[in-house]
Design a protein around this ligand. Structure first.
Ligand SMILES: *Cc1c(COP(=O)(O)O)cnc(C)c1O
Length: 384
């Protein structure tokens, strides 16, 4: 099925090859194409309500380290959002950190394959089955990656969610949900999803998404320098204003269909650039995240620096040298539910440096970027 102009229609023929491939790779029962992973997440939360026992206010457990989207979509779908802390070395949630947030109202759990890293999801999936929870694997940053057992990323949960929007691996636009169980498919067949928002025009969407990004950066800065003890009160008051962002149709299936074939080449090229980062940054006042080696996908080349006090100065200095660098993701619990204290997420957020691996950067650029990072990092590590 495909979401177009707020209507679910049969998948157009040009997307059949991609749909067959996704279904076969993930052992999936059906695929729903839409404009954003955010829309797919909204659906997934709706499905979790349908397949779970009824409850007044369902709860979703999402990672404390991620973009805001999985948490925002859960709020919009009427959930109370709970945040699982992460492994401080990888930024990934674990079975233990998820279990800590379980309550009788829990209906959905989201695992994010952060920066392309994957994990053995079997224990988490088994626990979700025992507790009748829907496990949603968010593959937005890891399309084409492998789980530790060799199966494709997206086959760890009962539902997989993909993004094909700019900055992700395929940047042609779009998102998808893959249903991987009979009960999910049946729930969808018997009860077509009613989405809690309507679609906004593209001009408003551009402005709104710009505004959301700026609000996010503004609030993160306050927390980074501890200028405000709590940003959730401000964020939650405005959250409803952004709800129009979360529902989007897939407008250009032809573009997605033609981009699909380029996935192996794009992943391969990212791995080549990651290899250069790994060899040029093999030693220094940082720790490299090397999960991309086993997963096969490096979305952002990432390291954790040993000098958190100077993290932002490092990024600024590298940017001044002309290189893309970011410090993705402040703990999302601080925006939405600060009572879910996640100290490891804060540890991670205060150290993470993300470097570019996409088509726009050449191997030569990567080499120079490494020299810049290494030189400034050495300088800042000495001033601790
Ligand atoms: C980018 C991203 C999303 C949202 O993707 P859209 O297609 O822009 O909605 C969701 N989850 C994760 C982990 C992401 O990185």
């Amino acid at each position: 099925m495909i979401l177009q102009k707020e209507r679910l229609l049969p998948t157009p023929p040009e997307l059949w090859p991609a749909e067959d491939e996704l279904r076969a790779a993930l052992n999936g029962s059906s695929v729903f194409w839409c404009g954003r992973a955010a829309t797919a997440l909204l659906w997934a939360y709706e499905i979790a309500r349908l397949v779970g026992d009824s409850v007044d206010i369902p709860e979703a457990i999402v990672p404390a380290i991620s973009c805001l989207t999985p948490a925002n979509a859960a709020s919009l779908a009427g959930y109370r959002v709970r945040f699982a802390d992460v492994d401080p070395q990888t930024g990934l949630v674990t079975l233990d950190t998820v279990r800590e947030r379980w309550t009788p109202a829990t209906r959905a759990v989201v695992f994010v394959d952060l920066f392309g890293q994957t994990a053995d999801l079997n224990p988490l999936a088994a626990w979700c089955r025992e507790n009748n929870l829907l496990l949603i694997e968010d593959v937005a940053q890891a399309q084409g990656a492998r789980l530790p057992g060799g199966l494709p990323a997206g086959s760890g949960g009962e539902v997989a969610v993909f993004s094909f929007n700019p900055t992700k691996i395929l940047e042609c636009g779009g998102g998808a949900l893959v249903a991987r169980s009979a009960r999910v498919r049946e729930a969808l067949d018997c009860s077509p999803i009613s989405l809690p928002v309507s679609e906004i025009d593209s001009q408003s969407a551009v402005l709104l998404s710009e505004s959301a990004g700026k609000l996010h950066r503004a609030l993160v800065a306050l927390r980074r320098i501890e200028a405000a003890p709590n940003i959730a009160a401000a964020y939650l008051r405005l959250q409803a204003a952004y709800c129009g962002l979360y529902l989007r149709s897939l407008h250009r299936p032809v573009k997605l269909a033609s981009a699909w074939a380029s996935l192996p080449r794009l992943i391969e090229a990212r791995a080549r650039r990651a290899e250069v980062y790994a060899s040029r940054l093999s030693g220094g006042p940082w720790r490299l995240l090397d999960g991309w080696r086993s997963s096969g996908v490096c979305w952002r080349y990432s390291l954790l620096v040993d000098f958190p006090e100077h993290l932002m100065s490092l990024s600024e200095a590298v940017r001044r040298d002309g290189f893309h660098v970011s410090n993705l993701y402040w703990p999302v619990n601080e925006f939405i539910n600060p009572l879910d204290h996640c100290p490891h997420a804060e540890y991670f957020a205060r150290r993470i440096v993300n470097l570019w691996t996409e088509e726009a950067v050449s191997v030569d650029w990567v080499e120079k970027c490494c020299s810049s990072v290494a030189a400034h990092a050495l300088r800042y590590s000495r001033t601790v």
